[in-house]
Design a protein around this ligand. Structure first.
Ligand code: FES
Length: 111
């Protein structure tokens, strides 16, 4: 797994939703109740930008059709039968890093 430092945003306890790049991935970065979550910014339903959505009770709400996805697991709301990809987040020296696994990592495990 490769960790990408996210520039242009500092670790904060304040709530936020923004779109960032981690490598070549577009990530929806969400600050909610003192935790930071990283999800794919592309809604699996019809491709809306989740970083333009809302955050309600630990879920991101898509701006197009209001589908919801759990910030921690990416699991879609009841009856949706879908999910959005989530990524690990770590904080070092008050800087935010998002971990992206390569295909190699996923097939053979990362070290
Ligand atoms: S595009 Fe996100 S719910 Fe439809």
């Amino acid at each position: 797994m490769k960790w990408y430092k996210i520039t242009g945003i500092q670790n904060t306890d304040k709530p936020f939703i923004t779109k960032v790049k981690a490598g070549r991935k577009n990530i929806c970065l969400v600050g909610f109740e003192g935790q930071i979550y990283a999800l794919s910014s592309v809604c699996p339903h019809a491709g809306a930008d989740l970083s333009e959505g809302l955050c309600v009770k630990g879920k991101i709400v898509c701006p197009y059709h209001r589908y919801t996805y759990n910030l921690a697991t990416g699991k879609g709301g009841e009856g949706q039968n879908d999910f959005v990809k989530t990524y690990p987040v770590t904080i070092k020296n008050d800087e935010i890093y998002v971990g992206i696994s390569s295909l190699w990592d996923r097939l053979f495990g990362s070290k």
